[in-house]
Design a protein around this ligand. Structure first.
Ligand code: M6R
Length: 607
């Protein structure tokens, strides 16, 4: 969703702002712009469309800018269509702002401002903030910001510049993320740290209702009463390489290949003497023994990781697990009690619905555990306990490595829970942990042979519809395979429990329609193969993901992609890799911008 950047220093800032905005492209956007202190004025350049085609083209038509301070924005449209006029920065000649979030009471404020004679140009909620700031601004920026923030409701991160306060940026946030970067003689604001990694790894996390003031002397922080706040400086453990493609055509492919390393980084600190150890987050064996029910609440791919988690935890831990999409959970008055554990899963840690579900679970007295990739993010900070996944920055909109490490955490969690509750023996627990430790090397083997996934992609590229089917863990996995394909190839696909097909959906099968089956689970293998035969009989072209040692015959499968041997329960980590690759290659073959699929944003900070 929207991205914010800002720079104050001694160098010309236009290129710095544009480059920082490009680093935020992965968040998803449809227009971009900057506003800078040029001479004694505020100069704004903004345009609909991709940064290079819109903003950069417009900048190239201008006299080169010499400003050394300014703000920038990538907009993902919510209020008002993507257009030059609705793009940010938004303001007038004396104030300019960039905004990430949604102002919920903007209509009321707009009516008030119209009654005071203000005329609105855009359809955005952001313009009400710019004009309210203007209304309250009587020469003291802090006063105007505090009065404005007291009136606006909803979520916001704002970068604000005042013509009268040359080379000074003000920033404030509530809900939406914002960091303040500290460089050598220069300061930054940004929606996330990837935007500033070209310059510095040091940053401050701006908290709710804190105001930052950046000028040539650095950054200072204030509360609403003007008191100075001392803040801890953080250092990003992501380097620039992690935020660059490193020879891969797309981030998605790079991130698929980073999965073995991401698993190693995520599990190694949580395995002690061959046994799982999640005590760092406060999950003790006593707590694990005490929970009555477990809920997993998340969105999209993170929810799919929770589905695999459910099968694994229930199978070996023998405790009920309910998995639900956050946008449903938050509004259906769920039955959650203080004896329950609610697990929130999120790569970004900023997803609005997942955060709302967290708040609800806490209000209902449940203990909350966040599984999050982005350090210091909202969900991580607000949950009772947090387990960070160590995927590094995931910049492709389609999540791959974040999903993989979410699975890794669910496995450790399930193993420790099952052991703590005496549902498995120590020997079994050790052997499962060993299997998990072997996973990175096995995934590397799968990644060495992308040809079969490429071939499968070539069979999908002309399809208009297809099905993913599986049973048990294979079904949970096929949901993720189907979502991945939809996201990056735009081909319509559905995931179905293989045994449910004949209750209706099998009517969709037509001659040559591709069906991707996942058939790795020993206990249901024969049943799944029967279902694969059922669709073959009706004309389907069957692509099957199966383990090396147990493959369906040619009477069922048209094309088989094999994965190496591991415990049934760990199979999803291996079998998901061909599904990710199939989605990637299909999207690429179709000529799509695989990293930034249409209509999608990386972190969904609105509901
Ligand atoms: O940042 P989160 O993990 O909370 O995001 C949740 C979903 O929006 C996300 O997984 C989405 O489904 C991805 N684009 C899937 O690839």
């Amino acid at each position: 969703m929207c991205g914010i950047v800002g720079f104050v220093g001694k160098k010309a800032c236009a290129d710095i702002l544009v480059k920082a905005l490009k680093r935020l492209e992965y968040r998803g956007y449809d227009s971009a712009g900057i506003a800078v202190f040029e001479g004694d004025s505020l100069k704004t350049v903004k345009a609909k469309g991709k940064i290079d085609e819109g903003l950069v083209r417009k900048l190239s038509e201008e006299t080169p800018l010499t400003a050394t301070a300014g703000i920038g924005h990538t907009r993902w449209a919510t209020h008002g269509e993507p257009s030059d006029i609705n793009s940010h920065p938004i303001g007038n000649g004396r104030i300019s702002i960039v905004h990430n979030g949604i102002i919920e009471n903007y209509r009321k404020i707009k009516e008030f401002l119209i009654s005071k004679g203000y005329v609105f140009e855009s359809e955005t909620d952001t313009e009400t903030v710019a004009k309210l700031l203007d209304y309250y601004y009587k020469g003291d920026p802090m006063e105007a910001i505090v009065k404005t923030a007291a009136e606006i409701e909803g979520s916001f991160a704002l970068g604000i510049i005042f013509k009268d306060f040359k080379n000074t940026i003000f920033a404030i946030r509530r809900e939406s993320p914002l960091i303040v970067g500290k460089g050598e003689g220069e300061s930054f604001i940004a929606s996330d740290v990837t935007a500033i990694l070209d310059h510095t790894k040091d940053y401050y996390l701006l908290e709710h209702n804190e105001i930052a003031r950046l000028d040539e002397n650095g950054a200072r922080f204030f509360d609403f009463n003007g008191n100075v706040i001392e803040k801890a400086l953080h250092t990003a453990d992501w380097d620039l390489d992690a935020a660059e493609k490193g020879g891969y055509k797309f981030f998605m492919l790079k991130e698929i290949h980073e999965q073995p390393e991401a698993i190693r980084k995520t599990i190694t600190p949580r395995i002690s003497d061959g046994m799982p150890d999640l005590s760092e987050c406060g999950l003790t064996p006593e707590k694990l023994r005490g929970y009555k029910n477990i809920f997993v609440v998340a969105c999209g791919t993170a929810m799919h990781a929770g589905l695999v988690g459910k099968y694994v935890v229930e199978r070996i831990g023998r405790i009920p697990v309910t998995v639900e999409v956050a946008s449903e959970f938050r509004y259906r008055n769920p039955i959650v009690s203080p004896d329950d554990l609610v697990i929130l899963v999120s790569q970004s840690g900023e997803t609005a619905d997942t955060h709302a579900a967290l708040t609800l679970a806490k209000d209902m007295g449940a203990e909350t555990l966040a599984i999050v990739n982005a350090k210091g993010s909202k969900i991580a900070r607000d949950a009772d306990m947090v387990i960070y996944t160590h995927a590094g920055p995931e910049l492709a909109v389609a999540s791959t490595k974040a999903y993989m490490v979410q699975l890794a955490v669910f496995y450790l969690f399930a193993f420790e829970l099952a052991w703590a509750r005496n549902a498995i023996s120590e020997e079994k627990c050790r052997s499962l942990v060993k299997g998990l430790e072997e996973m990175p090397a096995l995934i590397e083997k799968v990644l060495e042979k992308p040809d079969s996934s490429q071939f499968a992609a070539s069979k999908l590229v002309a399809a208009e519809n297809l099905l993913y089917i599986g049973r048990g863990l294979d079904y949970a996995l096929s949901m993720e395979g189907s979502l991945k394909l939809k996201e990056v190839s735009y081909i319509h696909s559905e995931s179905y429990a293989a045994g449910e097909l004949k209750h209706g959906t099998i009517s969709l099968i037509t001659e040559g329609m591709p069906v991707i089956s996942v058939a790795t689970q020993t206990d249901v293998f024969d049943k799944t193969v029967s279902n694969i035969k059922e669709v073959k009989t009706r004309g389907a072209y069957n692509i099957v993901v199966a383990r090396e040692s147990r493959q369906p015959g040619s009477d069922a499968a048209d094309f088989i992609i094999t994965v190496p041997e591991t415990d049934d329960i760990l199979m999803p980590m291996l079998a998901v890799v061909p599904l990710q690759l199939i989605a990637y290659y299909t999207g690429d073959l179709k000529g799509n911008d695989v990293d930034k699929p249409r209509n999608l944003a990386k972190s969904v900070t609105v509901e």
